[in-house]
Design a protein around this ligand. Structure first.
Ligand SMILES: [Zn+2]
Length: 409
């Protein structure tokens, strides 16, 4: 579905500033049998709302296409990720004086890493995640999880069974939801009067400054910044009461949202608005310069990889996150450049990348198949990955970090 109106303010005045071409859904890894079947490619273009300045994709792929029964992402995969969510739960509990036995609900709870942190703090927990296979893993691991999209109906069911939630979290889920007004209505139905809705999402300013164009893919419908959200939350009966920056996923923000007038607004909100304004992040000049840098990155990365191939090097991609699929499809890298990509998740190993059909193998293949250069597709975990691959490095292996500008290490 082409986006006709801004999802926050409703205007139809939307201006495109970036075009990454067409790509299949980034998590649609293919089995060998599926390779001979056609794949659907969707446009990947980014718009700025001319009224409220919210940044959003111009095409909404239906959620049932993106979040399939065998959705392959498990959030417990990396050590850095685990530690982050454990600290996250502890900081929310102390910041808002949450007491034992209060209810924490996580939207898009995946295998339950964040809720596990709240459980350690003594809270009651409830997960909601539409991917049936992931919800099953969560339930088996002691995190009760409803295998559905979070909706007003699901909110009512939780309210009826367990009472109002003191904390509702949505980490890396807010930007995935098309109808944010309905989301806020569902939150309204479940959140306690002194409750806090906590949103964590990649910060658009960081994407812009660090040239993280590969974090643009169909699941990320919106690119979150502060200024457009303030009037939106107010319109929904809520208020942005605080903002924090965090390191995961190369620059995220954490938003604290309370009911309108229920809690004091911290100075951080105004500080973010002023910084966004000072950096002119919403001007078409700034956004146009970003688009130029993205094209320059593609040219430089192509040049680097092709010259390595010309020297007879064997190259593989390391880890196969969704953003890696944007990079491979946008840059046009297939098996003529990358022998394979590696991945820890057993849900991806043995499959093929969407679009370019590069086989997915375990990390051990880097040494077994005498790879010379590893392209780091999950550059946000580059330290951890390079540490894990010390044996590869000892044998003379090199790494390429693709953004902000391609770098050979
Ligand atoms: Zn708007």
């Amino acid at each position: 579905m082409k986006l006709k109106n801004c999802r926050l303010c409703g205007t139809d005045r939307l201006t495109q500033f970036l075009d990454l071409g067409y790509a299949p859904p980034a998590d649609a890894f293919l089995t060998a049998e599926r390779l001979s079947e056609p794949e659907t490619y969707y446009p990947l273009r980014v718009l700025r709302c001319d009224e409220c300045h919210f940044i959003q994709l111009d095409y909404v792929v239906p959620p049932d296409v993106l979040y399939t029964v065998d959705y392959p992402y498990e959030s417990s995969m990396t050590r850095a990720g685990k530690a982050h969510f454990s600290r996250f739960a502890g900081s929310i509990v102390s910041r808002f004086g949450v007491t034992k036995d209060e209810l924490a609900v996580d939207i898009g709870s995946n295998v339950g890493v964040l809720l596990g942190g709240f459980k350690e703090q003594g809270l009651r927990i409830q997960g909601v995640d539409p991917a049936a296979n992931i919800a099953k893993i969560a339930n088996a691991g002691g995190v009760p999880t409803i295998p559905q999209f979070f909706s007003a109906d699901v909110a009512r069911q939780i309210l009826y069974d367990q009472g109002a939630a003191r904390i509702i979290t949505g980490t890396n889920v807010f930007a995935h939801i098309h109808d944010l007004t309905s989301l806020m209505q569902a939150v309204d139905g479940l959140l306690a009067p002194n409750g806090v809705f906590v949103v964590e999402a990649p910060y658009f300013v960081h994407l812009l400054e660090e040239n993280e164009f590969d974090t643009i893919y169909h699941e990320h419908l919106s690119y979150i910044s502060i200024s457009p959200l303030i009037p939106f939350f107010r319109k929904c009966g809520f208020e942005l009461i605080g903002v924090e920056r965090h390191g995961i996923h190369g620059g995220s923000i954490r938003l604290f949202v309370g009911r309108l007038g229920a809690m004091p607004i911290e100075p951080s909100v105004d500080a973010f608005v002023r910084e966004e304004s000072a950096k002119s992040i919403y001007s078409l000049e700034t956004l146009g310069r970003f688009s130029g840098r993205v094209e320059a990155n593609r040219r430089a990365l192509r040049h680097l990889l092709i010259s390595l191939k010309d020297q007879g090097k064997r190259i593989a991609g390391v880890s196969a996150p969704a953003k890696g699929m944007t990079l491979l499809n946008y840059c046009g890298f297939g098996r003529e450049i990358l022998d394979f990509v590696t991945e820890k998740s057993h849900l991806k190993i043995g499959r093929y990348t969407p679009g370019r059909h590069i086989p997915v193998k375990p990390d051990s293949a880097l040494i077994e198949e005498e790879i010379n250069v590893a392209l780091l597709l999950a550059w946000n975990f580059k330290e951890e990955i390079m540490e894990n691959l010390s044996e590869f490095r000892k044998r003379g292996g090199q790494f390429i970090v693709p953004v902000p500008t391609p770098e050979l290490i």
